[in-house]
Design a protein. Structure first.
Ligand SMILES: Cc1cc2nc3c(=O)[nH]c(=O)nc-3n(C[C@H](O)[C@H](O)[C@H](O)COP(=O)(O)OP(=O)(O)OC[C@H]3O[C@@H](n4cnc5c(N)ncnc54)[C@H](O)[C@@H]3O)c2cc1C
Length: 561
C-alpha cells in the first residue's frame, strides 16, 4: 500500500477543539481577518473532548466578599502547593473576564439569581460561592456557543475526524506544523504552520476505568514528549469516587452525580457494611474525594467489593422524593483528569519556538489535585491567551523552514501495522489498562510502579509486531493501535514520575511513603533525551505565597467535578 500524503499551509494551527482549542481559534481569528486558522479535531467539531462533559461549572471571582486572593489560595491548597503560582495567578485574574466574554461576545447564558446577576454556587474546596453554571449542562452550553462562533468565522477551517500524529520541526528545531491523519479516508496531510497549539486535552484513558471522553488518548502529551518538550507532574492523576459500574459496558466509569453522596447516600461494600466508618468516621461519605476513592478501591482489592468489582451507593433510605429511583447503584472509583503535562509559561509558550500549549495538555495550574470548576476555567482562559499570543507571534514572521524531513519515516512507522498480521492489540490494551489501574492507580508503591513502567515499555515494544486487519479508511482498529502506542508512552511517564515522588501528596498516594515529605516542595520533570526518559525534580518557585503563610492543609480540601 502506498500512503497518500496531501499538504496544506496555514498561519495558525490548532490541534484539538475543546474549550482550549476553540477559544484559541476565536481569539486568533478575531485578531486579524487576514490570518488563516486551521483547527484539527479528532472527533466532530463541538462534540468531542471533555469540555462538553462539564456539569459542575466554572470558577471565577465576580463579587465581594470573594476575592482573587481567595481563589488563588484555594487553588494552591487544593494543589498541595506544587502548582506554578504564576499560572494560577493568571487563571484567577483572567477567569472573570473570560466568563463575561463567553456571555457577551459568544452568546453563552449562565444561570441567574432573582436579581439578574450570574448565579454562583458553592463548590467543594472553595471558601466562597464561586462556581458559575448553566444547570448541570454547563459544558454543553459553552461548547455549543463556541463551535457556532467558530463556524461563523470565514478565516477558520475545521478538519473534522482528523488526528494529529506527529509534530513537525524544521532544521533549526522550530515547530513547522504537524502531520495529520484523516481518519475517514486514511490519507495523511502535512499541515505547515507558522504557529501550532497543542490543545488535545490530555486524557488518562490508559486506565481500566475512566470518566473522560473516549476520543482522548493523551495524544498531545505523547506528541510533545516525542518532539522533546519537558513535562511536569505526570504522576498526578485525579480519581473520582463514584463512577458507574455496569458489567461489560462502555458506560463503566462514567461519572455518577456526586450530589447523591452529598445528599446522604451510603456507601456499602459487598457485605453491606458502611466501610467509611473505618476510613473517616467523622465525615463518612462526605469525606474528601481522594480519600473516598481510595477507600472504595481498598475495599474491592481486599476482597470486600461487589461481584463486579464495585461497591454500592445506597440511597433507598432517602425516599422517592429525594431520589427518583430508590434502589442501590453500583459504583466505584474512576479515572478523571490529568494534572500533569507540558511545561508552559503564562503566555502558553513551550520550550520549542512556534509551539504553544493550553488546557489539559499542560501541567502546573492544578499542582497535585484540581479543584472542581478550575478545569474549564483553565482551558478557556489559556486557550484565549494562546490565540492572542500566536496571532502576535506570526505577525511579520517568515514561514518556518520545511519540516517534512521525518514525514516519510513517521508515515512508514504508522502504516506498518496495516501490512502485518497477528498479535493481540486488544489483549495489550487490556493489559496496559489493568497494570495502570492496579499498579499506578489510587494506591501505589515502588515495586508496583516499577512493574507498571516495565509493562508499559514492553507493550510499546510489542505493538511494533502487532498488525491490524483492513485498509486505512475509517479503520478503528488502526486508530486504536495509534492510540495505544501514545497511551503506552504516557503510561510509562506517569509510572516513572510517580516513582520519583517518594511521598504522598494530593492525588498521588504511596503506601510505602504515606505522608507528605517535609523536604522543600518540588515538581517532577521528565523529558526525552537520546531516546530515554530523563527524570529529575525541581524546587517549586513560591513566587507569591507560601503554605505557612496561608495556613491551609491540602488534604482537608474537598474537590468538585
Ligand atoms: C465527566 C467530566 C466532568 C467534568 N466536569 C468539570 C466541571 O464541572 N468543571 C470543570 O472545571 N472541569 C470539569 N471537567 C474537566 C474539564 O472537562 C477539563 O478540564 C477541560 O474541559 C479540558 O479542556 P481541553 O480543551 O483541554 O480538552 P477537551 O475539552 O477534552 O478537548 C480536547 C480536544 O482534543 C481533541 N483531540 C484529542 N486528540 C487529538 C488528536 N490527536 N488530534 C486532534 N484532536 C485531538 C478532542 O477530540 C477534543 O476536541 C470534567 C471532566 C470530565 C471528564
Amino acid at each position: 500500500m502506498r500512503p497518500v500524503i496531501d499538504a496544506i499551509e496555514t498561519d495558525v494551527l490548532i490541534l484539538g477543539a475543546g474549550g482550549a482549542g476553540l477559544c484559541a481559534a476565536l481569539h486568533a481569528a478575531d485578531h486579524s481577518p487576514n490570518l488563516s486558522v486551521t483547527v484539527v479535531v479528532k472527533g466532530l467539531l463541538g462534540r468531542a473532548g471533555c469540555t462538553r462533559m462539564v456539569q459542575g461549572g466554572y470558577n471565577a471571582v465576580l463579587t465581594a466578599p470573594d476575592s482573587l486572593d481567595a481563589h488563588f489560595l484555594d487553588t494552591l491548597a487544593g494543589g498541595g502547593w506544587i502548582n506554578d503560582q504564576e499560572l494560577v495567578w493568571t487563571l484567577v485574574v483572567e477567569a472573570p473576564g473570560r466568563v463575561l466574554e463567553l456571555e457577551s461576545r459568544y452568546g453563552c447564558l449562565f444561570d441567574r439569581t432573582e436579581e439578574g446577576r450570574i448565579h454562583q454556587k458553592p463548590f467543594a474546596g472553595q471558601t466562597h460561592d464561586r462556581t458559575i453554571h448553566k444547570g448541570d449542562l454547563t459544558g454543553i452550553e459553552i461548547m455549543n456557543r463556541l463551535s457556532e462562533q467558530v463556524l461563523r468565522r470565514e478565516n477558520v477551517q475545521a478538519l473534522e475526524e482528523c488526528r494529529a500524529v506527529e509534530l513537525l520541526l524544521d532544521g533549526a528545531g522550530r515547530c513547522a506544523g504537524a502531520l495529520v491523519l484523516d481518519v475517514r479516508t486514511g490519507r495523511f496531510v502535512v499541515v505547515t504552520a507558522r504557529a501550532t497549539l497543542l490543545a488535545m486535552g490530555g486524557g488518562p484513558t490508559m486506565y481500566k476505568v475512566v470518566a473522560c471522553s473516549a476520543d482522548k488518548a493523551a495524544d498531545g502529551i505523547a506528541l510533545g514528549y516525542r518532539a522533546g518538550l519537558p513535562l511536569r507532574d505526570m504522576e498526578m492523576i485525579q480519581f473520582h469516587p463514584t463512577g458507574l459500574v455496569i458489567p461489560d459496558s462502555l458506560m463503566t466509569g462514567a461519572l455518577l452525580e456526586e450530589g447523591l453522596r452529598g445528599a446522604g447516600g451510603h456507601l456499602r461494600n459487598g457485605r453491606g457494611e458502611r466501610y467509611m466508618e473505618r476510613y473517616d468516621p467523622a465525615r463518612m461519605e462526605r469525606s474528601t474525594r481522594d480519600l473516598v476513592a481510595r477507600a472504595s478501591f481498598l475495599e474491592v482489592t481486599e476482597g470486600r467489593g461487589t461481584p463486579n468489582g464495585g461497591v454500592w451507593i445506597d440511597v433507598s433510605h432517602l425516599g422517592a422524593e429525594v431520589v427518583e429511583r430508590n434502589w442501590p447503584v453500583e459504583v466505584g472509583p474512576t479515572t478523571h483528569f490529568m494534572m500533569g503535562g507540558v511545561v508552559v509559561d503564562t503566555a502558553c509558550r513551550t520550550a520549542i519556538e512556534g509551539l504553544f500549549a493550553a488546557g489539559e495538555d499542560t501541567g502546573g495550574v492544578h499542582g497535585a489535585n484540581r479543584l472542581g470548576g478550575n478545569g474549564v476555567a483553565e482551558s478557556t482562559v489559556f486557550g484565549g491567551i494562546a490565540g492572542d499570543v500566536m496571532a502576535d507571534f506570526v505577525a511579520g514572521r517568515t514561514a518556518p523552514h520545511d519540516g517534512r524531513g521525518r514525514v516519510a519515516e513517521v508515515v512508514e512507522r504508522l502504516t506498518a501495522p496495516l501490512e502485518r498480521r497477528g498479535g493481540d492489540l486488544y489483549g495489550l490494551q487490556r493489559e496496559l489498562r489493568e497494570a495502570m489501574w492496579e499498579r499506578a492507580g489510587l494506591v501505589r508503591d515502588g515495586e508496583g510502579l516499577r512493574t507498571a513502567a516495565a509493562t508499559a515499555e514492553r507493550i510499546g515494544d510489542e505493538l511494533g509486531r502487532v498488525g491490524v486487519r483492513g485498509g486505512p479508511a475509517f479503520n478503528l482498529a488502526w486508530q486504536d493501535w495509534i492510540n495505544l502506542s501514545n497511551q503506552s508512552i504516557v503510561a510509562r511517564l506517569i509510572a516513572t514520575s510517580a516513582l520519583a515522588r517518594a511521598e504522598s501528596r494530593g492525588a498521588h498516594y504511596r503506601n510505602d511513603h504515606p505522608a507528605p515529605s517535609t523536604a522543600p516542595l518540588y515538581t517532577v520533570r521528565v523529558q526525552s533525551r537520546a531516546g530515554e526518559a530523563a527524570v529529575w525534580t525541581e524546587p517549586v518557585a513560591l513566587t507569591r505565597a507560601t503554605p505557612a503563610g496561608a495556613g491551609r492543609v491540602s488534604s482537608m480540601v474537598e474537590l468538585g467535578d
